[in-house]
Design a protein around this ligand. Structure first.
Ligand code: PLP
Length: 430
């Protein structure tokens, strides 16, 4: 496979687009450099790049593309929206319909608001929690990504009783000092943080199933303990379900795990591939938001008919029988095949999988928190990634990301992927 055109386009991109990419995760910085591939067409589970190479795609645009690329049902909805006008600045019945679909699927969303990205959704849930409690501090879990607003680009202090430090230039220290970060799956560290800061904490921000240092599930009782301790301290539980909602079943991780938060942030899948975010929660809490309450949130593009109609079409597809069961079966087949190949060639891997999402970690035995994921071997992953790419398998360029299956991957795609993994492992020259 040649990449000459991608190399040329990347050179041109760097001359006009800062860093050559519009989101840093698209660069190959996380895998020690290289040329990101310029894709020109996508259909179902496949990509074609500018050099006409074909790939099986497991990036799924970092999660949203769960029904495969350019699904005809979603494409038709987008075309119909374009015909009818893409932006009104008035309410539409599409928003009523979609909000009702979301609430039917995730009952804790007693009231919903649409925004334009996961970042906005999370950012606003924090504002709501602060408005409702009259407190300022939030607690989050190490390694979880909640978008790029100031409040969540904060690194851990030296322990649960210390305040955070900016994790990005440009984030004021004063804002970082409103955030406490504790390890995921560590109830005692969380309890210590609440004991220390409890009366100042507005909300606790949780990815109920982590997607941002690979797929990491909560240990038994962890989420229940978070709920109990948080509520006892008079604070709110906020689930960031931007990755997890509609990923593991028709609804949120909260349905699957049967733990209910006070507020939920959504994004990615619910837009069917178009830009979207949404947040919602208990009615009395949501009533903090304007026009009913004193906390402000607005958006020229919020609830635009194109994103909403694409989202409705996407959820209609996901509601079909056996959708998640099939992705689970294919995920199981993929996991088993990768394991078998790794054993055959003595490649040290650990796989975390839930349904149609999985992460392959190198050189680490168990991953249940960020520190474990950090300790996985990034150089080995980078080598694996590049070998897979040049054999036509497109993964996310980071050891912290997941492989996402779609409803359009077939058994044959999975078999081909496993054969490719075998080819890479049997020629392992790391
Ligand atoms: N929350 C989680 C869990 C995410 O994974 C992401 C993005 O990857 C976000 C929030 C931010 O969403 P967006 O990129 O749509 O702003």
């Amino acid at each position: 496979m040649g990449f000459e055109k991608s190399e040329q386009f990347y050179k041109e991109a760097k001359d006009v687009i800062l860093g050559g990419v519009n989101s840093p995760s698209r660069s190959f910085k996380g895998i020690g450099g290289g040329t990101p591939v310029f894709m020109k067409k996508a259909k179902g589970p496949y990509f074609w790049d500018e050099d006409d190479n074909k790939y099986i795609d497991y990036l799924a645009a970092y999660g949203p593309i769960i029904t495969g690329h350019a699904h005809s049902h979603i494409t038709k909805a987008i075309q119909a929206a374009a015909e009818d006008g893409v932006l009104y600045g008035t309410p539409t019945t599409h928003e009523n319909k979609f909000a009702t679909m979301l609430r039917d699927a995730i009952p804790s969303l007693e009231r919903v608001r649409f925004v334009n990205s996961g970042t906005e959704a999370v950012m606003t849930t924090i504002r709501v929690a602060r408005a409702y409690t009259g407190r300022d501090k939030i607690i989050k879990f190490a390694g979880c990504y909640h978008g790029h607003s100031d409040l969540v680009l904060v690194a851990a202090g030296s322990g649960p009783s210390t305040l955070g430090n900016p994790d990005s230039a440009g984030v004021p220290k004063s804002i970082a000092q409103e955030v406490i970060t504790v390890p995921f799956n560590d109830v005692e560290a969380f309890r210590e943080a609440i004991n220390h800061w409890g009366t100042e904490v507005a909300g606790v921000l949780v990815e109920p199933i982590v997607g941002n240092f690979g797929i990491v599930e909560p240990e038994a009782g962890f989420l229940e303990a978070i709920n109990e301790i948080t509520h006892k301290a008079g604070a709110l539980v906020i689930y960031d379900e931007v990755i997890t909602a509609f990923r593991f079943g028709y609804g949120g991780a909260q349905n699957l795990l049967q733990v209910e938060p006070d507020l939920t942030a959504l994004g990615k899948i619910i837009g069917g591939g178009l830009p979207i975010g949404a947040y919602g929660g208990k009615r009395d809490i949501m009533e903090q938001i304007s026009p009913l309450g004193p906390a402000y949130q607005a958006g020229t593009m919020a609830g635009n008919p194109a994103s909403i109609r694409a989202g409705i079409a996407c959820l209609e597809l996901l509601k079909e029988p056996n959708v998640y069961k099939t992705m689970d079966q294919l995920g199981e087949q993929l996991e088993a095949g990768i394991h078998k190949a790794a054993q055959a060639y003595n490649i040290p891997i650990t796989i975390n999988r839930l349904m149609g999402a999985l992460t392959v970690y190198f050189d680490v035995e168990h991953v249940s928190n960020y520190e474990h994921a950090e300790n996985s071997n990034g150089e080995m992953f980078a080598y694996f990634f590049k070998q897979m790419l040049k054999r036509g398998i497109n993964l996310a360029p980071s050891k912290y990301e997941a492989w996402f299956l779609t409803t359009e991957h077939s058994e044959a795609d999975i078999e081909k992927t496993i054969e490719t993994v075998e080819a890479v492992f049997s020629n392992w020259d790391f």
